[in-house]
Ligand binder design. Structure first.
Ligand code: KIV
Ligand code: ZN
Length: 385
């Protein structure tokens, strides 16, 4: 598979790693609706499911393959023949199918999950890629728990699976264990030591157990990864996966750090798609979540509000319009200052001189001390009183 080294491939796994979270299960029509939104958002690959896991998941992969035209549809398997046969069957209608197969690569997984040896696991990895390759051209291999794997062994595994035909090599930090410089160095090591690495795309798949999933994915990109696996709202196993919207906005805000690197993501869809995924999966987004949290563009302290109202870039590194929000929020609480109060009163049509504002502000503080935040009706009542 020819790939563009200046393109960052966005691999969305909301419908697989995200959907496996307890309580987040979706029906096939719901998955189709999200997949179509992901296609409009500009993701390059949609991981549609793990077909062997249940008849419902198999059917979802079949239906998504029919419904989506322009995006690669990927199905997950373990490194065994039956999983791969079932995935290939589920992908039969996909215009651009990918099989994502793999096996544990850390000694921990080799010993305690597979009760096996490094040699035997390597053979199973190669056999799985060859079998997947008999069905589809595009085969991604994941070296599960690569975050804790021995680097020499991981390199050997990556080289062997590329030789067997893998087009993408996924280096998952399955347990969210690595620090950004450790994960970035791991990617760099593979680039420097795997002889055929240029024949494949390196993919970052990070979990958020230490709150580092996004930082680790970005470190991987800085060291040559050209695919990032992520989910809407960072939803996923345990503490979640890398958040798609965070990666995209980091690339946008720090463009100079990634010269020439492009993605197809249309960030103005973020707010809408985040809300839809949250509602459909019944998984609330934490208010302080970067980019899509309710408070991500809300200014509430007097110092920040005053600075923001003087010049929005004092406290705004991303324009709300860029993520599909109309405007930033100036929240009125007992921590707000006169400037914010004046802003809201003028918005409601009240013009006050300096003394009137000072007197109103005193009354406002008494009211605000007894409330979490104030709405327009509270302000109108204050003015009438
Ligand atoms: O976290 C992980 O290692 C995974 C693989 C199955 C890709 O989700
Ligand atoms: Zn994962």
């Amino acid at each position: 598979m020819l790939h563009d080294p200046n393109h960052l491939y966005i691999f969305d796994t909301t419908l697989r790693d995200g959907e496996q979270v307890p309580g987040c299960q979706l029906t096939t029509p719901e998955k189709i609706e999200i997949a179509k939104d992901l296609e409009s958002l500009g993701v390059d690959i949609i991981e549609a499911g793990f077909p062997v896991s249940s008849p419902g998941d198999f059917q979802s992969v079949v239906e998504l393959s029919k419904a989506v035209d322009d995006v690669i549809i990927c199905a997950l398997t373990r490194a065994n023949k039956n999983d791969i046969d079932v995935a290939a069957d589920a992908l039969k209608y996909a215009k651009r199918p990918r099989i994502h197969t793999g096996i544990g690569s850390s000694d921990m997984h080799i010993k305690y999950k597979f009760n096996s040896s490094r040699e035997e696991i390597l053979e199973r990895a190669v056999a799985a890629v060859k079998h997947a390759k008999s069905y589809v051209e595009d085969v991604e291999f994941y070296a599960e728990d690569a975050g804790r794997a021995d680097l020499g062994y991981l390199s050997q595994m990556v080289e062997a699976v590329i030789a067997a035909g893998a087009t993408v090599v996924n280096i998952p930090d399955t347990n969210g264990y690595c620090l950004p410089d450790q994960y970035g160095s791991k990617i760099q090591y593979l680039k420097d030591h795997v002889r055929n690495i240029d024949q494949a795309i390196i993919s970052a798949h990070c979990h958020n157990d230490l709150g580092l999933a996004t930082a680790n994915s970005i470190a991987a990109v800085q060291h040559g990864a050209r695919q990032v696996e992520c989910t809407i709202n960072g939803i996923g196993e345990r503490a979640g996966n890398t958040s798609l919207e965070e990666v995209a906005m980091i690339l946008k805000v720090h463009q100079q750090q990634f010269p020439g690197l492009t993605s197809n993501i249309n960030s103005t869809m973020f707010t809408a798609i985040s809300r839809k995924v949250s509602a459909m999966m019944r998984m609330p987004v934490q208010p302080n979540k970067a980019i899509v949290g309710k408070n991500a563009f809300a200014h509430s302290s007097g110092i920040h509000q005053d600075g923001f109202l003087k010049h929005r870039e004092n406290y705004e590194i991303i324009r709300p319009e860029d993520v599909g929000l109309d405007e930033a929020d100036i929240i009125l609480t007992a921590r707000s200052g006169r400037h914010a109060l004046k802003h809201h009163l003028e918005r409601l049509g009240y013009q006050l001189d300096k003394d009137q504002l000072a007197a109103t502000y005193e009354k406002f503080l008494i009211l605000a001390d007894g409330k979490k935040d104030l709405c327009d009706d509270d302000l109108k009542a204050l003015m009438q009183a």
